[in-house]
Structures are given as C-alpha cells and as structure tokens.
Design a binder for this molecule. Structure first.
Ligand SMILES: Nc1ncnc2c1ncn2[C@@H]1O[C@H](COP(=O)(O)OP(=O)(O)O)[C@@H](O)[C@H]1O
Ligand SMILES: [Mg+2]
Length: 146
C-alpha cells in the first residue's frame, strides 16, 4: 500500500506538535514499532523546529511545507521552509553546532535526524530557504504490502 500526503502550516511553535501527530497518524496503518514511531516523531519535531526557529527566525506568519510518502516499505519525509537558508550546510550538520547558543539549542538536531533515519539530505540556499529530505525503511511493513 503506497501513500502520499502534503501539508502546509504556519510557522508557529504549536505546529510542531501538530506535525508530530500528523506523521504518527500517517504511519499508523503500517503498524510501526513503538521505537520507529518515537524516532520518526522526534525527527519531524527537530526539522519543523528548525524551520520555525532558524529558517523563519521566529516569524509566525510564514509557511512550513511537509510531504509524507510511503512507498515500497520506505517512509520519506520532506520538510521545507522558504526562510533564511543555511550558509554552510556541512558545518551546520556537525554535532553540537548551533547558531543560537543563547536559546540553549543543543546543536544536535541534524545529528538526531541522521541517527534515526536511513538517509538525510539537506538542500539550502541563503535567503531562499531549506529543504530537508529524510527516508527510513520501516521493518514493520510487510513485504507483500504494495
Ligand atoms: N531550516 C533551517 N533554516 C536555517 N538554518 C537552519 C535550519 N535548520 C538548521 N539550521 C542551522 O543549522 C544549525 C544546526 O541545527 P541543529 O543541528 O538542529 O541544531 P540547533 O537547532 O540546536 O541549533 C542551526 O543552529 C542553524 O544555524
Ligand atoms: Mg535544531
């Protein structure tokens, strides 16, 4: 059983919880393990928080885009903002790197995404925005489902 869903929501921090629930609902029919569910909700939180806090620098009237795809046992998640962009993606993805230490950010968002997902791709250009693409093979999805 393949599926796709596309959302856009305002850049307010409350929508982090919304996005977590949406992704959890999206994968529920595929019988994820508790571990998979927790990991996937966590990476969505990290990416959506980044879009709001860093991409839009706290502006609450912008759009965050989220596309969820399930195809051949692989969950793909795309989170996109049209915000400030990242000057140096390689540097930004280093563990503990943060440009907002004053907000007590941990600098571990990208590291968490890379740890919990099979693949993480970051496409960013300054003042145009950032797209995060992540994918994960769900062990729980039966091979005969298509
Ligand atoms: N969507 C985004 N738009 C602009 N900058 C971003 C975005 N996501 C991440 N960054 C940059 O990458 C850095 C590292 O992100 P992350 O690992 O999540 O750590 P943290 O959010 O704790 O700073 C951020 O401090 C920020 O500079
Ligand atoms: Mg972060």
């Amino acid at each position: 059983m393949n599926n796709e869903a596309i959302f856009k929501f305002r850049s307010i921090s409350e929508n982090e919880a919304f996005a977590r629930l949406v992704v959890a609902s999206f994968i529920t029919p595929y019988d994820p393990t508790i571990g998979e569910l927790t990991d996937i909700k966590t990476v969505v939180s990290e990416a959506v928080t980044n879009a709001i806090i860093h991409g839009y620098d706290g502006r609450d009237d912008q759009w965050v885009h989220m596309t969820l795809t399930m195809q051949n046992n692989v969950l793909s998640i795309e989170i996109r903002d049209e915000g400030l962009g990242i000057a140096d993606v390689e540097e930004a993805m280093q563990p503990l790197f943060t440009t907002k230490p004053e907000m007590e950010r941990s600098g571990m968002g990208f590291t968490i995404m890379e740890h919990f997902m099979d693949a993480v791709e970051v496409i960013s250009s300054q003042s145009k925005g950032t797209t995060i693409r992540m994918s994960k093979h769900l062990a729980s999805v039966q091979a005969e489902c298509h």
